[in-house]
Design a protein around this ligand. Structure first.
Ligand SMILES: Nc1nc2c(ncn2[C@@H]2O[C@H](COP(=O)(O)OP(=O)(O)OP(=O)(O)O)[C@@H](O)[C@H]2O)c(=O)[nH]1
Ligand SMILES: [Mg+2]
Length: 226
């Protein structure tokens, strides 16, 4: 839920969702480091909060707050869920108030089914709001490894889950972009780009769609950046 506060700041909640070990915490870590070290459209304010087990797996959530460097009243509250199956009730809580979702796939072929299970759970919680009211971006992460799934494989999954629209549908322009990523800091492929696309869409949904996916003749996706 995008919140305007008395001081006219705007708070937008972006959530990384995906199966345990897909790379959500690593992504937020990399995003934090790269936006701290280089001048980008967002800059971190404060530290990253990470609540994890000794194994590194998230126990509760991670949270980072980023401020837009273009519109300094805009803040992004960026969360990751704990992906392991047993934390399902917790994920539901963390999801509350989310404005944009980045679904993180572990691209290793042997995890194919686990990713689908995680996507189904997300769909269940969002109750038909994905894409229509909550922008969805996907990352096929760990593309640096061998034996990974590709864009077409995942597009098929999205189609089966009714999260993909054909060109004649008005929501076609909001189909999730499928980024092939590597979250590791030294390689970092499309970590920043996938975040900014989700943030941009979230802004457009608010400004031009009043909280829904903007559609119609008056709307084209090539509008100014948010
Ligand atoms: N090779 C490779 N390894 C990655 C990549 N992203 C993450 N990893 C590794 O995968 C492991 C799990 O990453 P995390 O970021 O902890 O995964 P998570 O999605 O936060 O997992 P949960 O907190 O359990 O939900 C770590 O050892 C990471 O270093 C990637 O793009 N490539
Ligand atoms: Mg994690």
């Amino acid at each position: 839920m995008v919140r305007w506060t008395a001081d006219h700041n705007i708070y937008i909640k972006i959530l990384y969702w995906g199966m345990g070990g897909s790379g959500k915490t690593t992504i937020v870590d990399t995003l934090y480091r790269l936006t701290k070290e280089q001048k980008k459209d967002i800059t971190p304010t404060g530290n990253l909060t990470k609540i994890s087990m000794a194994s590194g797996s998230t126990l509760y959530f991670d949270r980072g707050i980023f401020q837009s460097t273009k519109q300094n009243k805009v803040y992004y509250h960026v969360y990751t869920v704990a992906g392991q199956s047993r934390f399902s009730p917790l994920r539901k809580k963390i999801f509350k108030g989310t404005d944009g979702v980045i679904f993180v796939v572990d691209s290793q072929t042997h995890f194919f089914e686990d990713n689908i299970e995680s996507l189904k759970e997300l769909k269940n919680i969002t109750r038909g709001k994905l894409i229509k009211e909550i922008p969805l971006i996907t990352m096929l992460n760990k593309q640096d490894l061998n034996e990974t799934i590709g864009e077409e494989d995942f597009k098929q999954v999205l189609k089966e889950e009714k999260l993909w629209y054909e060109p004649d549908h008005e929501l076609y322009i909001w189909n999730p972009i499928i980024y092939k990523t590597c979250a590791l800091y030294d390689k970092k492929i499309d970590v920043y780009r996938s975040f900014t696309e989700c943030a941009r869409r979230t802004g457009l949904y608010q400004i031009y769609g009043d909280g829904k996916a903007p559609v119609g003749n008056n709307f084209s996706r090539d509008l100014p950046e948010f």
